[in-house]
Design a protein around this ligand. Sequence first.
Ligand code: COA
Length: 190
Amino acid sequence: MFINDPELLSRGGMDRPIAVHPAALVESMEVGSGTRVWAFAHIADGAVVGEDCNICDHTFIEAGAIVGNRVTLKCGVHLWNGNVIEDDVFIGPNVSMCNDPYPRSGAHLSEHPRTVIRRGASIGAGAIILPGIEIGAYAMIGAGAVVTRSIPAFALAYGNPARVHGRVDRQGRPIGSPPAPNALRSRTAA
Ligand SMILES: CC(C)(COP(=O)(O)OP(=O)(O)OC[C@H]1O[C@@H](n2cnc3c(N)ncnc32)[C@H](O)[C@@H]1OP(=O)(O)O)[C@@H](O)C(=O)NCCC(=O)NCCS
């Protein structure tokens, strides 16, 4: 049931089509070739999505959010202005990303903190990622974690609040001993 949106295709002279389900809403001009967008996904004008991504059902990508190449967003993931998702990241179903540390209805930040998921990292189902933190490259975040502090590269972290319990390899398999505690960084990290 996929269609290849001719308007999107004509924008970039793409070698490979973007596959957009007829029930998806793609307003952004910046979606990379080979990306698949499934039903009820909404990519807003001003959002950026790279090549060969898999954007699953019921996802939302707000203006100002940036998604790299070969990223998987499983069902129910919402990304907000200030969220930066690097290449090869996996974001599990119903992960909650945030962009306002002290929200109030009707109050809007002039600038949102950057929340960065570094290359190759994986976020388990239902995790909550607070604003302004960084998940290091190839880190593995367990299902249901509440991540309140930045997490180092290749760390295995889970729980509420999320703590580093070990390390993983590039394939995401647990290995060896945990990184030193001072490798943990504060929520104010750039
Ligand atoms: C975090 C994770 C990678 C850990 O895997 P693991 O190293 O094989 O962990 P184990 O199963 O050996 O469990 C080790 C301990 O951590 C606990 N634990 C494991 N995952 C946990 C999680 N997500 N939150 C809290 N505790 C967790 C276990 O209960 C166990 O505790 P115990 O020693 O007191 O019994 C894995 O459990 C996980 O959450 N994977 C993500 C799955 C997911 O969301 N996939 C999305 C697509 S379907």
